[in-house]
Design a protein around this ligand. Structure first.
Ligand code: ADP
Ligand code: MG
Length: 618
């Protein structure tokens, strides 16, 4: 509801402008920001004066819930009731996170590997959505207290690789927290938006956004021109971040102190304590050359050299993703004008160094890497509130989207790296006479055969009025909205029969799986092409056999025995070739049948026209 205030000095009535807040719902830390006098600012808490709210929830006795710094302290003292990194679980099944089970100090329910993960705390079960909602509520409370007004609209950021389920889960968390989520924005896009306001708008710039946070890594290649942001390509890893650097340190300490994985597994308290110490060491080494500490009898010293040797392979993995993103964008490193550093982990000097080395340029880190995403979210919110009309946002879809056509072929409707939102469609028809139902199966991936791609969902277009094969006009529309959620609509145009679904894929797809799908598509390109050629030949053979059969039935009267015999013979040869795997043999048989029947078809047509003309007066 709009609020009104009266300016007594000027005697004017001011309608309070709509406030939409920007939220960075991070794996490790979450922040809330808004636009104050045209500038994005993050909201700090009262006590610690920090804008970072650790994304941690603690469940105490008598229903007390702590969020943020207060909860962080409980990771060690009460690990079973302290939930952290819940973002890693958003929209995931237990099967997806089974390998990381030992990483959580709390109980992740593993009874049903197929369904979405639940977390057990005491005698209650929580979904990652509920837990995220607790964090969002805290941020809402923080900004409401700070501004002394209610807030109920927000923009929330997610990693670029979040799939539909994860994006929807984030939306649901917002709703549960009492926030109307107007837009889900990719974190790197938000970050670049924060930097974009400082970019000279008259000149086109190509920018790489390198975001290494606590739990995720994203690289985005963007082009900014005339105030328009376009994402050329994205890549990353949803399981690579500062936590992994911490883990590398813990492993180093374990090896040095003769501890094995089992010892840590048995002692949750020790495991969490080492985790916190490792983070402390890592942060210290962003400035100092040496870290020294002990815990009980354990030596927790660490030199910068040791640390850098341990984490180098992890950072090199991020560089590989950078190369993949550049390849997708068809760019060389020398075509990148700016490299933007985002996420707390980019404070590690080796990260900056290796990224700068790779891109052969000094990295851009003028804005606070912790705050930059929330600031961008606030700017996006401001755009939605109608205050910054000159800026537009475009994103891309990481994998191709399409449907299965006859013979199990993938027919791409929205190619990968297409702009989001986007809309595309194509017309299809039936392959059998009188076909009443048509199954529409939706896939994601780059391979020619759908069996190698990922099925997103399917539905049946029902009640198509009976018509000969090839006559119905079936229109399939793919609508990919600004949040990256896909709606598929099928309609038979002659009868206005219509059916649609919103795709909610049952499982998330990790960046690694996504990368594997891309690599597979390249490695199997030749075989895929052969498979496709064979399937296409078979499909064509099937169509010709059907029409030949129909032709023989309808025009028997104008054909002689020899012609019928030869046509049947050639059709049998084609049928045999079709059941084989030699596409050339199929195409040859098609050609021979066509060659023989073409003059017959002409004759039939002439005859039909002559019949039609009979008795007609001109
Ligand atoms: P997320 O986006 O995943 O919530 P953040 O961007 O808040 O993560 O980054 C959190 C990560 O940054 C943590 O792993 C934290 O240890 C790391 N980090 C914070 N400060 C520093 C520092 N000074 N040096 C190195 N790493 C840091
Ligand atoms: Mg982040």
């Amino acid at each position: 509801m709009a609020k009104f205030s009266i300016n007594l000095k000027e005697g004017k009535i001011n309608k309070e402008t709509e406030l939409i807040i920007g939220i960075d719902l991070g794996t490790t830390n979450s922040l809330v920001a808004y636009i104050k006098d045209g500038v994005p600012v993050t909201v700090k808490n009262e006590i610690q004066k920090s804008s970072l709210l650790p994304s941690i929830v603690h469940f105490g006795a008598a229903e007390t819930i702590l969020v943020g710094d207060a909860a962080k302290e409980r990771i060690v003292t009460d690990p079973a009731n302290t939930v952290y990194s819940v973002k890693r679980l958003m929209g995931k099944s237990f099967g997806d996170v089974a390998d990381f089970k030992q990483y959580f100090g709390y109980q992740v329910i593993d009874e049903d590997t197929e369904s979405l993960v639940k977390i057990r705390v005491k005698d209650r079960f929580y979904s990652p959505i509920e837990l995220s909602a607790i964090i969002l509520k805290e941020l809402k409370k923080r900004i409401e207290a700070n501004l002394n007004r209610t807030v109920n609209k927000a923009v929330i950021t997610v990693p670029a690789y979040f799939n539909d389920v994860q994006r929807q889960a984030t939306r649901d968390a917002g709703k549960l927290a009492g926030l109307d989520v107007l837009r889900i924005v990719n974190e790197p896009t938000a970050a670049s938006l924060a930097y974009g306001i400082t970019v000279d708008k008259s000149e086109g710039q190509t920018i790489a956004v390198y975001d290494l946070g606590g739990g995720t890594f994203d690289i985005s290649i963007l082009h900014i021109e005339d105030g328009i942001f376009e994402v050329l390509a994205t890549n990353g890893d949803t399981f690579l971040g500062g936590d992994d650097l911490d883990r590398a340190i813990v492993e180093l300490w374990m090896a040095r102190n003769g501890l094995d994985a089992e010892a840590l597994h048995q002692n949750k308290q020790l495991s969490q304590q080492l985790r916190l110490k490792a983070e402390e060491a890592k942060k210290a080494l962003s400035q100092a050359d040496k870290f020294e500490d002990t815990y009980e009898h354990l030596n927790l010293g660490l030199s910068k050299d040791e640390f850098e040797t341990a984490i180098k392979p992890l950072i090199e993995r991020t560089i590989k993703h950078c190369a993949a993103a550049l390849k997708d964008a068809e760019l060389d490193t020398n075509q990148i004008d700016h490299v933007i550093m985002v996420g707390g982990s980019t404070r590690t000097p080796l990260v900056k160094k290796l990224v700068a080395d790779y891109f052969k340029t000094a990295v851009n880190d003028t804005l606070d890497p912790d705050e930059v995403v929330a600031m961008g979210a606030a700017i996006q919110a401001d755009i939605l509130a109608g205050n910054q009309r000159e800026l537009l946002l475009l994103d891309v879809t990481p994998l191709s989207l399409g449907i299965e056509t006859v013979g199990g072929l993938m027919d791409v409707i929205i190619p990968r790296n297409s702009k989001v939102p986007s809309k595309a469609g194509r017309q299809y028809t039936t392959s059998v006479d009188g076909q009443k139902n048509l199954k529409v199966s939706v896939y994601q991936g780059e391979r020619d055969l759908v069996e190698h791609n990922r099925k997103l969902g399917e539905f049946i277009l029902k009640d198509i009025p009976p018509m000969p094969a090839g006559l119905p006009k079936i229109d399939i529309q793919f609508i990919l909205d600004a949040d990256g959620i896909l709606k598929v609509k099928a309609s038979e145009l002659r009868s206005a029969t219509e059916q649609s679904i919103a795709i909610k894929s049952p499982y998330s797809l990790s960046e690694e799986e996504m990368a594997k799908m891309l690599i597979d598509s390249i490695q199997h390109a030749e075989q895929d092409m052969k498979d496709r050629a064979l399937l296409e030949a078979r499909n064509e053979a099937q169509n010709i056999l059907l029409s030949t059969e129909k032709f023989l039935k309808q025009h028997r009267n104008i054909l002689n025995e020899k012609e019928i015999g030869r046509t049947t013979e050639l059709a049998t040869i084609l049928k045999e070739a079709k059941s084989g795997t030699d596409k050339d043999a199929i195409n040859k048989a098609i050609e021979e049948l066509n060659e023989f029947t073409a003059p017959l078809a002409h004759r039939a047509m002439d005859h039909t026209i002559a019949e039609a003309m009979k008795g007609k007066k001109i």
